[in-house]
Design a protein around this ligand. Sequence first.
Ligand code: ADP
Ligand code: MG
Length: 274
Amino acid sequence: MTTRQSTPLQAPLTSAQASLYQQLRAHLAVLKLHDAAEHLPAVLDAAAAEKLSVTAALERLLAIEVDATSARRLAGRLRFACLPTPATLEDFDYDAGSGVDPHLIADLATGRYLESATNILMIGPPGVGKTHLAVGLARKAAESGYRTYVTTAADLAARCHRAAIEGRWATTMRFYAGPTCLVVDELGYLPLPAEGASALFQVIAQRYTKSSTILTTNRPITSWGEVLGDTTVAAALLDRLLHRSVVLDIGGDSYRLRDHHARTHALRAAANHG
Ligand code: ADP
Ligand code: MG
């Protein structure tokens, strides 16, 4: 019986080389460069086979670690962001009649607004895509490396309420000051208690001129006095929010009800012509 053996790429290591290799692996382990450590044999083989320079081999090895680190950080940012839906800007349908300008969204998608701490206010009736766009922008922000967090006005109020009771107010305020991009969804769906309105005001006020807040609401700003239970708080909040801001007035029919409407129209048409 003949055994065919493929020619080894490299001559067997001498014991000095082997101990050097072990030491290199140990260095990578101490530095927690686990992906580089794992790919070390493959990179060394490739380096020998392709006659790579030391610089090229090191670059290849560290690029593996950098890629893995970036992927881990991105996953961490996305986990932290608490995106409530898988919505992306790419799957937003601009022909659905919401009147949203695709050029404006494309500009916002670059994240430039985050550098100037510009806020985004999305106003419109239910179902027109406010949450979709806010979450899409939040996802983009997280993907671009910005610390991002998505919440609702009701959740923010509830969390601040608990924090006040448990003596964690300052920590909680710092938490909401942290993200470069903070989404506060659904202001106006549930009435905020006075304390909740004041918590929201403090969050917006402390972020003012420092970092961007994306706020969505189904209520026109003229009725925010009602929404926040206090016209002075509403005026002060709007003052901070709108000082540097992009306002998206989103209209049209509810996307959620679109199919429903289409079916109703079809049924009606059939009934009229039948
Ligand atoms: P809102 O927050 O304004 O009440 P949502 O963003 O939650 O509305 O939209 C309701 C549903 O319809 C979601 O599933 C969303 O992804 C979808 N939707 C709304 N508008 C669009 C659109 N223009 N293109 C694609 N999906 C949309
Ligand atoms: Mg919504």
